[in-house]
Structures are given as structure tokens and as C-alpha cells.
Design a protein around this ligand. Structure first.
Ligand SMILES: [Mn+2]
Length: 429
């Protein structure tokens, strides 16, 4: 039986207060969608089946290069993190898996599995870390890891990734995400070609060690921590990697890892078209890799990304990219941010499902630019909140997750048993 951290009676009381209004709003929206030839229950069904993974590091308070301001009751270890993830899942019913980061979350894999299964949570992709030095490791990653000139360093980085696969096999993960910080800070510091050659050789060893039913995700990032050049800097390089490595290798798109104004939805379409789109790290940004909450700055872009995903889904029934949130919560309660972000990702999906694909194609074929643009905007402007809320309610979640969370006083309760964490980094990759 699934254990609940938030007392279900609190959720029930909150839902009772809101359910009549929700029913009216849902029926009213249903009528309006019906006039557009859309069955609201079918959209709700798809939304209910949608899940976005929560990264273990996301439930800790983030920070910048300048400072980190700890929150109250922050998780002390992976088991506290799993409990926080269970709260998010219980209230939103939109986050059924947790993504672990090794070595930050290193623990007995059987204990990890037990801890997650108490709350009916599964594990998403394993995330390796060769962008910082773990305590006691022999070779340093200061000058690179999988692409380092020093073979012993590369071998150590490969070995770490193989260890992540082994842990993942025990806990039921099916994917490994590799993000490296390798690059250079000065023109001339490295030879681009040999550095990339080293990277590819290392990744081939990792790819060869993957179980048959696993996927390998590589994540590109334009800059940081290397500020002059980065080995996996853009989607073109990422695609080359996935092609070079083989059938289990796919590209991961982190929305924050592009230059401002880059047409990310088009990158998504390209990767999907050529069968190499593996999944997403959702977040939002204003200036760079800001790791702001998904949908908080540019919800239209998030919608346009999902518009491409729904389009790809309509062409290929086997198209199932992985979804994860990857953001840094510096000034909010991470649980609150993650609940709202999960809903915002669901919202973009629901809105994309409302696009009349036949009308869109007709407008495109008739070169009616305005009609095509309006087709998208009509979907984006539709307030789908009643669909999301009804999907939550019917699955035992909260109509208003934030209100229920605050009513339950979860953060104050855990603050009593979890001492304040002074410093340290909640890495964001
Ligand atoms: Mn990421």
C-alpha cells in the first residue's frame, strides 16, 4: 500500500472547498471545447497519464556562484529528498519518478528502492557527475573528465559512469544522462579535435556497457563552467554524438542550455525528425542558464516545444521522450516551485493537444500565415487549468496543490527535525 506523507484528510478538506467550482469550470470548458470538436475527457486522460520526473537535487535550495541562502527544513540526504518528492507526487499526481545523481545520492541501492516504493515512486534516468571532484577520488576533473588528455582521468570518468549504470540496474532505472563540464577557458588551451575524439572514445565505452533496454542521454550546454569552449556545446554536436555512438544514444534538450532567442522548438523538431530526441530538462531562463521555474518567463515557448512534441507523437506512436524538471530554486520553497512547474509543463502539453492539426496543415498549405499562427494562439490562450485540476482530483491529488501543501504545514514540520544546512552546492546541470 502506498504511504502518504500529507494527511489525506487535509487534501480532502481542501478539495471539498473547491470541488463545486471546479466541476462548473470543467463543464463550461468542456462545452466550449466541444464546439471546437475537442472532447475534454480525452485531453484530461492524456494529461493524467503525463508524468515529469523530479531531480533529487531540485528539492534542495539552489544557489548561484555568489551565494546560497538555505531554506528551512531542507533535505539532509537522499531519503529526505525522496520524501519531499513523494509530497510533490501525492499532491500533483504528475511526478511519478525521481532522477538520482551520483555521487550526491549514493546509498545502498536496495534501501533506495525500498524508500521509493513506499510512496509508489519509480526512478528516472541516472545522472553521473564528472564535473566536480568527489571526496577521495584519485584523478581530478579540473582539466576535464571524459575528454581529458590524461588517460587515467578518462578511465576514472568512464568507470564512474559504469558504476551509475550498475546502481541504476538495481533500482530499476532505464537511462543514464551524461553531462560534462569539459571545455576550455582560453583560446589555444585545448585542441578541439583531439578533445572531442577523447570524449567520443570514452562515451563509446559507456554506450557499450549499457543494458539492451537502456538509453544514453547526452546533454549539450553552450557554456559554463568552461567559458571559452565546451565539448558538447550545441545540439549539432549532440546529434553527432548520438549518431556516432549508436542506437541507444539520444540527445537531451535542456531549455536553459541555449543562447538567448535560439529557436529551441525547431531544434526539438529536427531531433525528433531524425529519431534522436531523447528527452528534456525543463526550466526557464531570461539571460542564460538561469534555471528559473518552467513556464515562469516564457510560457509560450514551452507551449511551442510541446506543439512540436504532439506533432511528432501524431506521426510516431512510439515517440516517448523523457521529461524531467531541472531548475534551481533560490528564493522559493523548492517543493512549491516543483509542484507549480510540473503543472506548467502539463499545461503546455494540454494546450498543445488543443491545436487543430488539420486546420493548421490547411492554413500552412494555403500559405495563410496568419490563420496558421492564430491556430496556435487559440490553443495557447485556452485556460486549461480545469483539465489539470480535474486530472489531479480524480487521481487523489489536490485541486490546488499549493494551497493544500501550505494548509498541511509540511515545511514547518520537517524544519523541526531537519537542521539548517549552512553551505554546499545543489548542483544544477
Ligand atoms: Mn540539465
Amino acid at each position: 500500500m502506498t504511504e502518504h506523507i500529507i494527511d489525506p484528510s487535509i487534501i480532502a478538506a481542501e478539495n471539498a472547498r473547491l470541488s463545486t467550482d471546479l466541476r462548473n469550470d470543467y463543464d463550461s470548458l468542456g462545452e466550449r471545447l466541444d464546439r471546437r470538436g475537442i472532447a475534454i475527457d480525452a485531453i484530461k486522460e492524456k494529461v493524467a497519464n503525463f508524468s515529469v520526473a523530479v531531480p533529487s537535487w531540485g528539492v534542495g535550495t539552489g544557489g548561484t556562484r555568489f551565494a546560497r541562502f538555505p531554506g528551512k527544513g531542507e533535505p539532509r540526504d537522499i531519503f529526505d529528498k525522496i520524501e519531499d518528492c513523494a509530497v510533490i507526487a501525492q499532491l500533483t499526481r504528475a511526478t511519478r519518478t525521481v532522477s538520482l545523481h551520483i555521487p550526491w545520492d549514493k546509498a545502498d541501492p536496495n534501501r533506495l528502492k525500498q524508500a521509493a516504493s513506499r510512496f509508489n515512486l519509480g526512478f528516472d534516468a541516472m545522472n553521473s557527475n564528472t564535473f566536480s571532484d568527489a571526496k577521495g577520488q584519485i584523478q581530478s576533473y579540473k582539466f576535464g573528465s571524459l575528454s581529458a588528455y590524461d588517460k587515467a582521468t578518462r578511465d576514472q570518468a568512464i568507470e564512474h559512469n559504469l558504476e551509475c549504470i550498475e546502481i541504476g540496474k538495481t533500482i530499476g532505472s532505464k537511462a543514464l544522462t551524461v553531462w560534462i563540464g569539459d571545455g576550455s577557458n582560453f583560446p589555444g588551451q585545448v585542441n578541439f579535435t583531439s578533445q572531442f575524439e577523447h570524449y567520443l572514445d570514452s562515451m563509446k565505452s559507456i554506450h557499450a556497457a549499457l543494458p539492451d533496454d537502456w538509453r544514453l542521454y547526452t546533454e549539450h550546454k553552450m557554456y559554463e563552467p568552461a567559458f571559452y569552449s565546451t565539448v558538447v556545446q550545441d545540439w549539432g554536436t549532440n546529434y553527432l554524438i548520438a549518431k556516432e555512438l549508436g542506437d541507444k544514444a539520444f540527445c537531451l534538450v535542456d531549455l536553459g542550455h541555449h543562447a538567448p532567442n535560439v529557436n529551441i522548438e525547431m531544434i526539438v523538431a529536427r531531433l525528433a525528425q531524425f529519431g534522436k530526441l531523447g528527452g528534456f530538462h525543463f526550466n526557464d531562463s531570461k539571460y542564460g542558464d538561469d534555471d528559473l521555474d518552467a513556464g515562469s518567463i516564457d510560457p509560450f515557448r514551452l507551449f511551442l516545444v510541446f506543439n512540436e512534441l504532439v506533432d511528432a507523437e501524431s506521426r510516431d506512436a512510439d515517440f516517448h521522450p523523457a521529461h524531467m524538471l531541472d531548475q534551481s530554486h533560490n528564493v522559493t520553497d523548492p517543493i512549491e516551485s516543483l509542484m507549480l512547474s510540473a503543472a506548467d509543463v502539463q499545461r503546455a502539453y494540454a494546450q498543445a493537444l488543443l491545436v487543430d492539426r488539420n486546420s493548421l496543415v490547411a492554413a500552412q498549405n494555403a500559405n495563410d500565415a496568419l490563420a496558421a499562427a492564430l491556430e496556435l494562439r487559440k490553443a495557447f490562450r485556452t485556460d486549461v487549468e480545469p483539465i489539470l485540476a480535474m486530472a489531479r482530483l480524480e487521481q487523489g491529488g489536490a485541486i490546488d496543490p499549493l494551497a493544500a501543501y501550505r494548509a498541511a504545514g509540511y515545511r514547518a514540520k520537517v524544519a523541526e527535525i531537519r537542521p539548517e544546512i549552512a553551505a554546499g552546492s545543489s548542483g544544477i546541470v
